[in-house]
Design a protein around this ligand. Structure first.
Ligand code: ATP
Length: 245
């Protein structure tokens, strides 16, 4: 097997004295869609935050294990280097957009660390506005005036404007009306077909497994099941615990 793009090896992390992940292992291959599913508090967001290595106080602290990118450890790498050099972007739950700036300004800020020329950046603006015509229509509007679903699109748009090739999404379906959810997942599918690697965490396990190639189930900080999505959807335990029987 070729070296995975991301490999999480025996990862233990803590918040203060509380251990939240107890030795998890998983991989994400180039061009794959991988999902982590699990109940509230299982450790899904903690896993993504560990990979993105957000600065304290938000970030959990890695106490054992490793995070590899193309076979090299990236533990301790600054979060801005993870975005700029490894092209990995996290779209966190709760969106973290700048409400008092316009849609256009929010997208522009995301490009600040890019090393490519304006041609690539302009191509990505076009891509974002084509994927999400609502953002195009509202580009002069302040972000705080957007609906929840539109803000979610803007959060994804910002990740794309950072020039990412790997996108980590924390609950992109959260609070979205069904039509917007459809738009969001259609956009993600298109991006994946163009080569984007996606690591998705979702409470809606049905949705996540239908969308992803492979999945891992996390339960209280441990991986308890893994496999191709269609196999996981057939697994009686997974069905009972996460897919509503
Ligand atoms: P949710 O869908 O509710 O976000 P999750 O699977 O993403 O669930 P995490 O948010 O990763 O779960 O939480 C994993 C564990 O770590 C939980 O027991 C949670 O209470 C704990 N935890 C999360 N954030 C912190 C923090 N900042 N300080 C202390 N404990 C935390």
């Amino acid at each position: 097997m070729s070296t995975p793009l991301i490999e999480i090896k025996d990862l233990y992390v803590k918040y203060g004295n509380i251990e939240a992940l107890h030795g998890i292992n998983f991989t994400v291959g180039e061009g794959e869609i991988v999902t982590l599913i699990g109940a509230n508090g299982a450790g899904k967001s903690t896993t993504l935050m560990s990979i993105a290595q957000l600065p304290p106080p938000e970030a959990p602290k890695v106490i054992k294990g490793d995070i590899l990118f193309k076979g090299q450890s990236i533990l301790g790498m600054a979060p801005d280097k993870i975005v700029a050099n490894l092209h990995m972007a996290l779209v966190p739950e709760g969106r973290h957009i700048f409400g008092n700036l316009t849609v256009e300004e929010n997208l522009k800020i995301a490009t600040y660390a890019r090393k490519e020329g304006m041609d690539e950046i302009n191509r990505d603006y076009k891509r974002v506005y084509t994927l999400f015509p609502r953002l195009d229509e509202r580009k002069k509007q302040r972000a705080e005036s957007l609906s929840g679903g539109e803000q979610q699109m803007l959060a994804l748009g910002r990740a794309l404007m950072s020039g990412c090739k790997i996108i980590m999404l924390d609950e992109p379906s959260m609070g979205l009306a069904p039509l917007l959810m459809y738009d969001m997942f259609r956009a993600l599918k298109e991006l994946n077909e163009e080569g984007m690697t996606i690591l998705l965490i979702e409470q809606n396990a049905n949705l996540a497994l239908k969308f992803a190639h492979r999945g891992y189930v996390i339960d209280t900080g441990e991986i308890v099941a893994e496999g191709p999505s269609d196999k996981l959807m057939e697994d009686p335990e997974v069905k009972k615990a996460y897919l509503g029987g």
